[in-house]
Design a protein around this ligand. Sequence first.
Ligand code: ADP
Ligand code: MG
Length: 734
Amino acid sequence: MHLPTPLIKVLRTTEEQKKALARLGIISIHDLLYHFPVRYSSLTQTRLVQDLEHGQTVTLYGRIHKLSAKKSWTTKRPMGQGELTDINGDTIKVVWFNQPYIAKMLKENQSVKLTGTINKNARGLALSNPEIEQVPDMPIDAHGSLFTTENGTEHFGYPVYAETRGLSSKWVYHAVQKVLTQELLNSLEDPIPEHILKKYNLPSIATALVWIHLPQKKSDADAARKRFAFEEIFLIQVKKQQARFQYEALYTHTIGIDQQKLGDFIARFPFALTSAQQSAIDTIVRDLESPKPMSRLLEGDVGSGKTAIAASITHGIVTNQPKGQSYGNLQVAYMAPTEVLATQLFESFVNYFENTGIQIALITGSGCRKYPSKVGHQPWTDISATQLKKWIKNGEVPIVIGTHALISKTLSFKHLALVIVDEQHRFGTKQRMELAQKAGSSPHYLSMTATPIPRTLALTIYGDLDLSVLDSMPPGRKPVETHIVAPNKREQVYSEIQKGLDAGRQLYVICPRIISPHADNPLTESEWQELTPMARKALQLKSVTSEAKHLQEKVFPKHVVGIMHSKMTKLEKERVMKKFASHEIDILVANSVIEVGVNVPNATMIIIEGAERYGLAQLHQLRGRVIRSTHQAQCWLFADIVSEITQNRLGAFIKAKNGFELAELDLALRGTGDLAGIKQWGISDIAMEAIKNIKLVEAAREEARTLIYNDPRLENFPELAKIIASEKFEMHFE
Ligand code: ADP
Ligand code: MG
């Protein structure tokens, strides 16, 4: 048995289990061993039925049965009831007043953990309105395994693994026991270099695997979790640092930025730069003048003025000549995620570069443009892609703005010196290396994003980039008026919106997706299945299509309502967005897919339904859709569940002005689950815990950097080299 051995070779599995394992991505022994318990369940704290007394608040484990829903014979109110049998076989009655559906949610004979208060009445003791947690059956046959303690002392707890259809926690527990043999442990090579383990006092891989799957002490479990969190962050960092090292080793254009010319260009803007913009430009200029290619991420809220920075830097680059030439110019490629955005950027650049004589091209799937135009009344001309590609290839057109078409195989640059990408999280090192290879040198690289993520996460997923943050906004912006709306005030809000629509403004309505047993769903499939129809209905949130129909027919019949959601194709979405931008649509009902950075200045109103379901940073991003205008923008938050916690969170949202602050707040308040687009980063839950710990993240980054700069190919660390070169690792993080 080795880590890469497929599980099906060593374990007997049914078809259903095979499917469940595949769903969890568990293929090899390695995968199984890295499928960590979500918690440990301690038997020692359990109370027994025989010891219970009236008035106690207790936690009981056992099996639940005799479930029924009926009316209380005294008050006639509906109630659910059942009976719990504990490990000794003693039983106690359980009642849920006013919650008859709970009896239907549970299965007969299911293992549960109940926490509630003991009451005594004429017929004996009963547990009233307990909280319920479904628990896997306790493993009772731990003898003879590695997990048995030598002195027979009690374990800290049994591991509880996340369950999925067809795969119980108990099954995983036994599978882990089976594969985690002494022989396997002895053969393990630690991917973390020993000196690093020592320095941070981390357990070895063999120790950590035992400790995480069946710890004897809480401190062992904690140490193991810390180790695996560090391991994952460290591996990502090593990969990123290595990629950066390779990128930097390639030839790049050295740039000399003429401060005078740069200043003259900036003076052309109809505004003065903010100090945040100025210092970002200074940092970038320093990067460009160093002999290594720049790799920088610029984070700044929507509207913080990233385009002006991009334009200034672009101007600085294209007024440079290729090395050893006294003619010609270096080139810049600026990539946006959608056609709408690319076109908007092109138009901004045309403004910023007016009368400079510098040519700018736009290239998207549906057509190409070139500025300036020699004929006609428009500042630009439509041209054929073939013609444009020729001009880009011979270096004649210095600035090219576009969508993914920019990195198509048929497009090549003569002297590509800078690549700027806007909101392109998937444009990673691999794509950059491809561009560099095509160009024969490493272009400088500037990535820009308004996606608010905490610093620790940015340092991890963008480990190969240096980080700059634009922390202030241009002056004079009116903050968006934001209201948390009580359910009975809906009509009032609609009539206020009616006024806005009549005045010619536009409205976004954001709906959470319908809860369905699919991805992005806070409920697991089995949880969903176990809900009663009533409970399901309560959880059924406003959906894009039904809400659009309702608004069109019942609320704003005079106006045109359009929809946009994540099930639509990119092309369909772009079409709708174009219609909204040209005001053929007054009200756009959408889920959170509205592209970041889309600029519809006339849309000054936004409703967010089910606001409590969003992270604060995500709410901030959604609200960012309406800050473009000179008109006062307004945002209304409708929350379905208005608990005190929700109130406090939304209250914090109203006060905060900076998305990055909100991302940190999300992380502190609710963990990483709320961070925007968290799933796409491919980081495990355990590493996400580590994202809360800036020291750990910085340590992993520093160690990885030192390691790579001393031994770029990791010749002294073959195990580490093997892991980060593996296909699986590539797939995960590119
Ligand atoms: P983003 O960071 O979202 O890309 P933009 O670059 O599109 O922001 O800028 C948003 C708006 O702010 C634009 O209309 C731009 O002209 C304006 N702007 C940018 N910088 C400043 C500034 N320093 N002072 C005033 N307005 C500015
Ligand atoms: Mg922008």
